[in-house]
Design a protein around this ligand. Structure first.
Ligand SMILES: Nc1ncnc2c1ncn2[C@@H]1O[C@H](COP(=O)(O)OP(=O)(O)OP(=O)(O)O)[C@@H](O)[C@H]1O
Ligand SMILES: [Mg+2]
Length: 469
């Protein structure tokens, strides 16, 4: 889609620009049509262009009169497209032909037999000169080249085909230019999209592009350098997080052991302080567990991904457990529909991905309301979609696209629980199954989170869970 849009745009603009240039050139010719050349011409050898015609015409006129001149003009016209006019010194055309104002004006202006007046345009050409007849009188001779009344006859039908051919050639030229411009740009754009989508290994420079010496290759090289740097930084950060989490585990285990011993030795006065230490330790423990889980999935060191997972079964288990937990907080979790379907991957990972979303729902849904879960097979997309919707306040629209970021928590909610890792784990777990996640505010309030996972090739019919009936 992006490919064709960019290509068509570049192609379109170039074609319009070149066709516009052709049209402008044509218009310029037409504008010049009015008068391309207007000059007084005095060849050193005298007026040899018109002189032979003038001599013959005047000889015939003086010897044979107007009829002789007419005869000469007709015979001349039969052989060439020019029309000859002869004027006497009073401005009278000697054969009685009707002459245009321009021809008359040029005849009147011709006074020097050695000089030729020439006016040329795209459509006509007029030559005039003075001449002395055998009777020693002064005359003016004017030759008017045929006037073409219309642009199409002027250029002929062949010119239209030439214009069509020119446009086709221009189109082919634009096609090549557009391809040359669009291909490297598209390559960089697609690589940028992959990087933005989380694929840190995305690079723009391939063997073909590397051979180029232009700005596109430079852009691709700069992009690759940037991507490589981001990849290194992210890996260093992930490694650091993993190392810290891992190293904190042992002191935390020792802290729990010491806490047990302290409980036994301390009196009842220390109970509330020790309870607090225990709660904080548990929270720290769960945070570290989550961080390690996230790091494992990201690093591809999670559980094996080759189980055939019965999604309906997983979803019902999560719903049942979560409902038990929710009821203690005066809320409900219900499984509306669960199409029977299977996917390939890790059952544990999928379960924790769904659980994280459902737990959020329980925490945020308004007291007395329910969190509903839906599992639907989308035959066309060959995927199963798990939808989890609560009836809480939802999140600000600006927060929606950050919900799955690591450590992201919606600001200014005053929430004390949570560390912003649950949805990040969900996203990584679903991504490990080549699936997708989506969050939106549901119409009527509450947050709707959808998780899509690819289906196993064979899947059976839709059933409704016992809970919903
Ligand atoms: N159903 C929901 N309704 C409203 N806000 C939500 C909902 N689910 C998530 N959030 C917001 O999204 C943020 C990120 O959720 P996430 O599950 O990643 O982290 P958490 O719940 O704060 O912590 P953790 O899950 O790691 O214990 C939460 O802090 C919360 O503000
Ligand atoms: Mg959470």
């Amino acid at each position: 889609m992006l490919r064709s849009r960019l290509f068509l745009r570049i192609f379109g603009w170039f074609w319009v620009a070149l066709a516009g240039m052709l049209a402008t050139l044509l218009l310029m010719f037409l504008a010049l049509d009015a008068e391309m050349v207007s000059t007084k011409w005095t060849p050193a050898t005298g007026n040899h262009l018109l002189k032979p015609y003038a001599d013959e015409a005047l000889r015939r006129y003086v010897n044979e009169g107007s009829a002789g001149l007419q005869d000469y003009i007709h015979s001349h016209q039969a052989a060439s497209p020019g029309r000859i006019y002869v004027f006497d010194s009073s401005g009278r055309e000697l054969t009685g032909q009707s002459a245009s104002a321009r021809v008359r004006a040029m005849a009147a202006a011709s006074s020097d037999p050695k000089q030729m007046d020439l006016r040329l345009s795209m459509r006509e050409g007029v030559l005039s000169s003075a001449a002395i007849g055998p009777d020693s009188k002064k005359y003016a001779i004017v030759v008017e080249m045929e006037r073409r009344p219309h642009i199409v006859p002027a250029f002929g039908l062949g010119a239209i085909w030439a214009a069509v051919l020119a446009l086709v050639v221009v189109a082919l030229l634009c096609l090549v230019i557009a391809k040359q411009l669009a291909a490297p740009l598209l390559q960089v754009t697609l690589a940028t999209r992959r990087l933005a989508g989380g694929d840190l290994s995305a690079r723009a420079l391939d063997a073909k592009m590397a051979k180029r010496q232009d700005e596109f290759a430079a852009l691709a090289r700069d992009f690759d350098n940037m991507a490589a740097r981001i990849e290194t930084l992210v890996h260093v950060q992930e490694r650091l997080l993993w190392d810290i989490s891992h190293e904190l585990r042992s002191p935390l285990t020792r802290l729990s052991l010491a806490l047990g011993m302290a409980r036994r030795k301390a009196g009842s006065d220390a109970k509330s302080a020790l309870d607090r230490i225990e709660r904080e330790t548990e929270q720290l423990n769960s945070l570290i567990e989550q961080l390690l889980t996230l790091a494992r999935i990201k690093g591809g060191a999670g559980p094996p991904m080759n189980e055939i997972v019965d999604l309906a079964k997983v979803v019902s288990e999560v719903a049942l457990d979560a409902d038990f937990e929710a009821r203690a907080r005066n809320r409900l979790v219900s499984l509306a529909t669960a199409d029977v379907c299977e996917t390939v991957g890790s059952r544990d990972l999928l379960k924790s991905a769904i659980e994280n979303v459902v737990r959020n729902g329980i925490r945020h849904t308004t007291e007395g309301t329910e969190v509903s879960i839906n599992l639907a097979v989308k035959e066309q997309e060959q995927c199963a979609v798990i939808s989890i919707r609560d009836h809480g306040p939802g999140v600000p629209d600006s927060a929606l696209r950050h919900l799955f970021d690591t450590f992201y928590r919606v600001p200014e909610t005053g929430e004390k629980e949570g560390s912003g890792l649950g949805l990040a784990i969900t996203q990584q777990a679903i991504a490990a199954h080549s699936g997708w996640v989506k969050a939106e505010n549901a119409s009527g309030g509450g947050l709707l989170v959808q998780l899509g996972v690819p289906l196993c090739p064979v899947n059976s019919a839709s059933v409704t869970s016992p809970e919903s009936s």
